[in-house]
Ligand binder design. Structure first.
Ligand code: SF4
Length: 246
């Protein structure tokens, strides 16, 4: 089912709870929430649980996440009685990647980092998304200039040989403060790494693969801790509209 421009406009006007209800109502099992279990994903799952009896959640397991993430997934699964679908890199592709650039090659050049994201993150995501008509994620406009300028709350992403994928970002216009107040009001347990404070006062504001995300000082930009050696838009390519890689 392909939605018209007018229908997309209508969806964009809906608050998160209503938007999730509508999207799951339209697409059922062909819709799913994709999350790396940062604050936004945790809040979306909580909102979905208030309006839906059953909904799909998936996680791209790059095999480089910190132990805290894997433990937190179990906590969320138990709390909401859901089973998170995990998608991992293809064994042959991963073997080839490790042979070519080693375990830490992604730290030495942007191209090698992109190769790693392609094999560990984007390819498994494409495999998961091939079963879907609508993918819901926690992307927010205030996370980066790129997201603000190029993406929106509801849009279609092109796919090769398949109908475009509807991308839905229920918290697109929320700020970090909005997230924190929802978390406080609903007494949500969040990823334990948000509580980590280094001896210099640095904290995590973006959580992902262990070697590519670090805690940062409060006055640095929100996404400074992701690929800290890069000055680019700091996107792994999962959300690009043209469906291309990175
Ligand atoms: Fe590889 Fe880092 Fe991308 Fe994770 S975030 S897939 S470790 S380059």
């Amino acid at each position: 089912m392909k939605l018209s421009d007018k229908e997309l406009e209508t969806l964009r006007e809906l608050p998160p709870k209503k938007l999730l209800e509508e999207v799951f109502g339209l697409f059922g099992e062909r819709a799913a929430i994709g999350t790396s279990f940062q604050k936004t994903g945790t809040v979306i799952i909580d909102i979905a649980s208030k309006v839906l009896d059953d909904f799909r959640v998936f996680f791209i397991d790059t095999l480089r996440h910190p132990d805290e993430t894997y433990k937190f997934i179990k906590t969320v699964e138990e709390k909401y009685s859901i089973e998170v679908e995990k998608y991992r890199p293809d064994v042959e592709e991963l073997t080839e990647l490790l042979r070519e650039q080693g375990r830490y090659g992604h730290l030495f050049s942007v191209d090698e980092r992109k190769n790693c994201c392609q094999i560990r993150k984007i390819n498994p995501a494409r495999k998961m998304e091939a079963n879907l008509e609508a993918a819901i994620s926690g992307l927010r406009a205030d996370q980066s200039g790129f997201r603000n300028k190029n993406l929106s709350k509801v849009y279609y992403k092109k796919r090769v040989g398949q109908q475009s994928l509807l991308k839905v970002n229920p918290l697109y216009d929320w700020t970090e403060a909005d997230l924190d107040s929802y978390i406080e009001e609903h007494k949500l347990e969040i990823h334990p790494l948000y509580d980590y404070v280094s001896e210099c006062g640095e904290k995590y504001r973006v959580i992902g693969c262990e070697t590519c995300h670090v805690p940062v000082q409060a006055d640095r930009p929100a996404r400074a801790g992701k690929f800290p050696w890069e000055t680019s838009e700091k996107e792994c390519g999962l959300h690009y509209k043209d469906g291309g890689g990175i």
